[in-house]
Design a protein around this ligand. Sequence first.
Ligand code: F6P
Length: 413
Amino acid sequence: MKRKLVIVMVGLPARGKSTMARKLGRTLELDGVKVRIFNNGELRRKLDTSENTSSSEFFSPVNPTGKELREQISRMNIEQAQAFLREGGEVVILDASNVTRERRQSIAAAFPGMALCYIECLNTDEEALEANLERKAGLKEFRHLTPEKALESFLKRIAYYESIYEPLDTEPNRILVDSFDSCILQERITEVLPYYDRIRDIITTRVVRNLFLVRHGETHYNREDRIGGDSDLTDKGRDQANALAEHFNTIRIPIIFTSNYKRTLQTATPIAERQDPCSIIALPEFNEIHAGICEGMTYEEIRKKMPHVAKARGPNKYRYVYPEGEGYKTMEDRVHRGLKKVFFLNNYDENIMIVGHRAVNRMILSSFLSRQEEEIPYIYMPQDRYYHIQIDPHKRIFEMVAYKSTPPAGGLW
Ligand code: F6P
């Protein structure tokens, strides 16, 4: 019989532990493994109806009541996890900060004879971390505070955790994961661990629950065939945005990622208004290709006034860089960085929507499909349809959906 496995998440708040835990849990479950996640934060919020435990002082290491309550919650989850394993469960994931040696020792002592693996999550990307802190400070448990106070309280909580953080050193099997880059930074495994190859795989593989990749609605510039700029939606564009809002009305979208340009924000706003709640996060990484000296011109004007540009771009569209601007090739890094932010900021088990632009959406799509680079700048990116993407180890869906029709049926988890 295969040994049972206890996965212990370790890391400061907002470092992507829960997203990683869910990704592991969900994927192992799809593999047929009996797995369950035990999350201390969730249990605390469930038990605390008065919101007393969301105050930063609850997390102060010198607050004996807070400390005892947190230990109690940890013990409750450990007991639940033991029961789950006794009743046939194969893998448990203990999702909590688990930053002290004492806590980790008590976990190890609770599962004698079982394989234990510590997954420590780190995020070194300042911008992504900042955005995640802001997102977390907007969650339900801080709703009684102003956004500034909520962030202050959350930062203080993190500082308390930091003050008692003891590095993993004596623990036998441990992996250090960069949860922003989805890569393994350090690894020290000293025995045969059940499911270990699979776990490594899952950590580094992109899994997409549902990604809706939408292009903004029609703009005044689109109507005139002008490129770049920051123009508003036309009436037709607003109708398209409203039709999208209607179409996604019954599909839960907690965050919409856009660029900094008005046309994506104006498309996302009616969609967000029909969701409860939904935040819009504008990422500069998703701004449209910058056409440099050609910004604001029509393709016809470029052909006439700058024939050298049209001539050079035509045969080599992917690698061509507009004078004083960008090209598809030079956008690669920023668009991929934007996608990493999306996956870091979005809870693993929630749907994702990106409202982007023609060239940027082509780049996003091509990062999921294996396309030759010369094909990428010609991927069809209409304004009356969107791409729906689902990727897990057992499923790959790429489909174009006309949004006046019904949403994809049965395709959603
Ligand atoms: O026309 C809309 C637009 O998003 C422009 O802003 C951008 O320059 C262009 O599409 C990108 O498409 P292509 O690479 O085919 O010119």
